[in-house]
Ligand binder design. Structure first.
Ligand code: HMG
Ligand code: MG
Length: 309
């Protein structure tokens, strides 16, 4: 593999507090979510997806959005983003002054219906005033594109449909987009095809990779995206997560694993891996389960061996 084709800088967006926790059945106290955000920023994360302003009937875990946003001690230079599916969500989010809002659509009609209860075309009609209002308020706008390689209801998704969604997002003023493998079925070439379809509408600086790890392909997919020049990635501390409307899909690729990969490639992330492992251990302990990060497991085992007490 030639290192010359890799980007020289990389930015990680930890989506653990939002994507990671939204699927948890037991309510996670706001104080724990806030502590997680604090630990992530202390570890050097410069972008954190904190919460979402969605219907509490659809996603009860995110009902404490105001409390969480109000409790975060913001650090200068850190971008705090939140999900807003419609104007109601945006108006609620505006009270908490996020740095960026995320509208979330899908390249699959069936997933769009299941996740946000409307067609792709209707979703764009709903997002358009949200995007306008956010930009007028000086808030950045990202668009998540779900099911860019596969859909739990429709199966394989053709790259043309990803291109179509990217064009629609671009037309309404979305500034940058996430190419998401919602159910973690992608493999490197398929993910590259989805990114290439997006590149017809967004330049490489405005595309991020968002890979769930259901089939264990997310790190390979990250490398495949890096080889195309993608340098923004979403990942979730401890590999937390999943979408309630993508049954069976596991969490995002673990941030610790991506950081280990990137550092191994000589790419600077600005992230302190040890502090990140601690953040992952904190939330895993709260959830009462082992971390989903292979790197964190290895490093925690090494620490335990070095200090058996
Ligand atoms: P709907 O039922 O069609 O909405 O849901 P509606 O406009 O008909 O309103 C119905 C009720 O919901 C009303 O309340 C509204 O006020 C309320 P009622 O009068 O019946 O008491 N409502 C809201 N409440 C709070 N916040 C709002 C809001 N909007 C309406 N923003 C809706 C449409 C989009 C709201 C619903 O489908 C929803 O909340 N979906 C969210 C699903 C979700 O959060 N999924 C997970 C995030 S996406 C994801 O994880 C994928 C991603 O990680 C990328 C990837 O991996 O693919 C981003
Ligand atoms: Mg996701």
């Amino acid at each position: 593999m030639s290192l010359e084709t890799l980007p020289t800088k990389v930015r990680l967006i930890d989506v653990g507090p939002r994507d990671g926790l939204q699927n948890e059945k037991q309510p996670v106290p706001a104080a724990v979510k806030i502590e997680l955000v604090h630990r992530l920023q202390a570890a050097g994360l410069k972008e954190i997806e904190v919460t979402s302003y969605v219907s509490p009937r659809w996603v009860p875990q995110m009902a404490d959005n105001h409390e969480v946003m109000a409790g975060v001690r913001r650090q200068p230079g850190v971008r705090y983003s939140v999900l807003t599916p419609n104007l109601k969500g945006f108006e609620a989010a505006l009270l908490d002054r996020p740095d960026e809002i995320v509208v979330f659509g899908a390249a699959s009609e069936a997933f769009s219906q299941k996740n946000i209860n409307c067609s792709i075309a209707e979703s764009i009609d709903r997002f358009a005033p949200v995007v306008d209002a956010a930009l007028k308020a000086g808030i950045a706008v990202r668009g998540a594109m779900s099911c860019t390689v596969g859909c739990p209801y429709e199966g394989d998704i053709a790259p043309e449909r990803v291109g179509m969604l990217a064009r629609l997002m671009k037309d309404i003023g979305v500034q940058r987009v996430d190419v998401a493998d919602t159910i973690g079925v992608g493999t490197p070439l398929k993910v590259q095809r989805a990114i290439e379809a997006t590149l017809a509408h967004y330049d490489i600086d405005h595309i991020s990779g968002h890979f769930h790890d259901t089939y264990g392909q997310a790190l390979s997919n990250t490398l495949a995206a890096l080889q195309l020049g993608v340098w923004n990635f979403q990942s979730s501390v401890a590999g937390l997560g999943g979408c309630p409307y993508a049954k069976g899909a596991t969490g995002n690729v673990a941030t610790e694993d991506v950081v280990y990969l990137l550092h191994g490639l000589g790419l600077d992330t600005g992230i302190d891996l040890d502090a990140l492992v601690d953040a992952g251990a904190f939330i895993s302990q709260h959830l009462g389960r082992p971390t989903g990060s292979r790197v964190a497991r290895a490093l925690l085992a090494k620490r335990a061996a070095a200090d058996p007490a």
